[in-house]
Design a protein around this ligand. Structure first.
Ligand code: SF4
Ligand code: SF4
Length: 151
């Protein structure tokens, strides 16, 4: 796959200029955006849970059916350059957010390390703490809040 990627594309092109394979490769595989969130319209806050979307493989931190995900999770969002700027809740580590903000990728990013496990060893991914949505009753979701962010 790397053959389809332009050399150090993340430093030379904007998000809007990336090819589809480059766009996909920019994801570091942390799985943080697949954690469930609770919106509080009144307080304008967003609570992030340690509960992952039911399609997330909580070990690999990859979507288990990426191609067909919208059939099962209609509210899953296809990230776009515009949404990367809009989604202030994306973690500061996120590859898309870094490029959008003109920051460098971290050394542990798979594009630099050639090691998809580093994001897990570094503790950036959700592997060590995420539980699947299928294992948490709906009425217990609030007890799984791990962060509260402004919307
Ligand atoms: S937060 Fe960003 S880097 Fe992490 S899985 Fe989501 S899109 Fe990929
Ligand atoms: S459907 Fe897949 S990509 Fe979308 S939130 Fe769930 S696990 Fe993540």
């Amino acid at each position: 796959m790397t053959g389809a990627l332009r050399e150090r594309f993340w430093e030379r092109y904007t998000l809007e200029e990336l090819t589809t394979p480059e766009w996909e490769a920019l994801c570091d595989g942390c799985g943080q955006c697949c954690l469930l969130k609770l919106h509080d319209e009144e307080s304008q806050e967003l609570a992030v849970l340690n509960v992952a979307c039911r399609l997330l493989d909580t070990h690999s931190c990859q979507c288990s059916d990426y191609e067909n995900r919208f059939d099962f999770v209609p509210d899953c969002t296809q990230l776009t350059p515009e949404l990367v700027k809009e989604f202030t809740w994306l973690p500061s580590t996120c590859g898309y957010r870094r490029v959008a903000e003109g920051r460098k990728l971290a050394g542990w990013h798979p594009l630099l390390s050639n090691d998809a496990e580093r994001v897990h060893r570094k503790g950036v991914s959700v592997r060590s703490y995420a539980v699947s949505q299928d294992d948490v009753p709906e009425n217990q979701l609030e007890s799984h809040i791990i962060a509260v962010l402004p919307m």
